[in-house]
Design a protein. Structure first.
Length: 157
């Protein structure tokens, strides 16, 4: 029995090493899953916001005709619109829609911004941009981190 001394200790150390590497891999997989889930949630919200402003534009066709919805940078910098005596003109309604949309984007999306371009045929291109966590191949590198994402919706009004 004297020749077997310490052999089980080496086996235990190797087992602990293998288990720790496996648990580290499991933890990394869980972290990547959480980041991907969060990024999917942001993409879902961006699509909801794009459809929201499209429906607001369909409700106000005169505002679309007067180019009141053509906006290059919608974020939380727009001023709040108040209507006199509770009745809004088409331009005031469009300004209020853009203000509320900008508040929605900047509140719910990291660095969220939007833009709207309406062509002469009544087709609107709605673009929502935001920043999300990077989960690509250079994830652990110094170039990893936040990356800008874009959702674009083209609708006929």
């Amino acid at each position: 029995m004297n020749h077997q001394r310490g052999a089980t200790l080496i086996e235990v150390l190797i087992t602990v090493l293998v288990m720790s590497v496996g648990l580290l891999g499991l933890g990394a997989t869980q972290m990547m899953s959480l980041k991907n889930s969060n990024n999917a949630n942001l993409t879902y919200f961006a699509s909801l916001a794009a459809y929201d402003i499209a429906e607001r534009m369909r409700i106000n066709p005169l505002g679309v005709e007067n180019d009141a919805y053509d906006a290059t940078n919608v974020d939380n910098s727009q001023t709040a619109q108040t209507c006199l005596s509770g009745i809004c003109s088409t331009l005031q309604l469009a300004a209020m829609d853009l203000y509320e949309w900008g508040q929605m984007l900047s509140t719910n999306l990291p660095e969220g911004k939007g833009s709207i371009a309406v062509d002469d045929d009544g087709e609107a291109t709605i673009t929502v941009t935001w920043s999300e966590q990077h989960t690509g191949e250079d994830y652990g590198q110094s170039t990893g981190g936040a990356v800008d994402r874009t959702f674009e919706l083209v609708v006929e009004l």
